[in-house]
Design a binder for this molecule. Structure first.
Ligand SMILES: Nc1ncnc2c1ncn2[C@@H]1O[C@H](COP(=O)(O)OP(=O)(O)OP(=O)(O)O)[C@@H](O)[C@H]1O
Ligand SMILES: [Mg+2]
Length: 313
């Protein structure tokens, strides 16, 4: 740095001041990439000592403010997120309580009539069947709620054993058949010969049950549900396809969200809390797999789960 320039800058620091002011202005607007220029400024050739000093002080101030701001911002962010999560929890709790209250009231009313009124044998039998059916619905909901709680707390433990996915699919298809038949739907299978693999049979059974029961629940009578399985390269694929109403594309983003019921309604007054598909997604992900959906309004929906073939099987 020449003496002349130094003296000139000291006497006329306007240019340096303007540069510093520009940098500060840029940072103040939120462009923190300009801080580099600020830290470089004091070492710049020809800079006036006063402006260099000012830039240094401002830099130090910025470092301290940044550290402080960061904490305040983080704390505010965390607080906001906690508030959101708490609101979501309350919302879910309200939905769950509501979904449990209705069937519970029905059971209580029927039980009260059974106890207090003179009923014909036929009515008594009908009530007992209803109580059995409705209490099963409640049990399913409570089990789903417990599953969601386990999954959300990160405590989903898989009991991995050797088994055959096509055999599992065949078993679950047999279980849903009577339910489908009662509704006038057929359940067909097209299960390929696949090698044994390692998986949690109860959990994947639950996944297949959820997909099959959705297919039956949302389809009209006289349609067919097809469950198929095959080996594709290094993956197993299990597909549950229905000829139901299909899901509008605009709703697909919410399909796997918890407590999310879409515009498609059950066709025979069946119940649901909107938890099944979220459990499907999480259980399949825990197996290292994925779930894909293909749906055409008016034609039907196909859910495909893809699971890696476990080499250790
Ligand atoms: N095969 C399907 N065809 C058309 N719509 C479907 C199908 N499967 C799911 N849906 C839509 O997606 C929503 C979410 O499905 P999900 O299985 O998570 O909940 P649910 O069946 O309503 O309740 P739950 O599974 O808790 O008993 C359903 O309410 C329905 O609107
Ligand atoms: Mg469901």
């Amino acid at each position: 740095m020449s003496k002349d320039k130094h003296e000139q800058s000291a006497l006329f620091p306007n240019e340096d001041v303007a540069t510093l002011a520009q940098i500060i202005h840029t940072i103040a607007k939120g462009d923190f990439s300009a801080t580099d220029k600020l830290y470089e400024l004091p070492g710049q050739a020809g800079i006036s000592p006063e402006v260099a000093n000012l830039a240094e002080s401002f830099g130090m101030l910025l470092v301290r403010m940044e550290a402080g701001d960061f904490h305040i911002e983080r704390a505010a962010e965390v607080e906001e997120r906690l508030k959101e999560l708490n609101e979501l929890k309350n919302e879910h709790l309200a939905i769950a309580a509501h979904d449990l209250r209705n069937p519970l009231s029905a059971i209580r009313n029927m039980a009260q009539m059974l106890v207090e009124m003179e009923l014909t044998e036929k009515t008594k039998e009908e009530f007992l069947h209803s109580i059995y059916r409705v209490s099963n619905q409640m049990l399913t909901l409570v089990n789903n709620l417990l599953d969601v709680a386990v999954i959300e707390s990160g405590n989903l433990e898989l009991t991995l054993k050797q088994g055959n996915l096509s055999a599992l699919a065949a078993e679950r298809a047999e279980i849903i058949k009577p339910v489908a038949l009662k509704k006038g739907l057929a359940v067909n299978t097209s299960l390929g010969v696949v090698p044994d693999s390692i998986f949690d049979a109860d959990r994947l059974g639950q996944v297949i049950d959820n997909l099959l029961s959705n297919a039956v629940k949302f389809s009209q009578p006289e349609t067919t549900v097809l469950i198929s399985s095959r080996l594709v390269d290094i993956n197993f694929e299990i597909t549950v396809a229905d000829q139901g109403p299909g899901i509008p594309e605009s709703e697909l983003d919410n399909l796997f969200a918890k407590f999310e019921k879409l515009s498609v309604q059950p066709t025979a007054g069946e119940r649901g809390a909107g938890l099944g598909l979220s459990i499907v997604m999480d259980v399949v992900a825990a197996h290292g797999g994925r779930v894909d959906v293909q749906s055409t309004v008016g034609k039907g929906t196909a859910f495909t789960i893809t699971l890696p073939v476990d080499a250790s099987a």
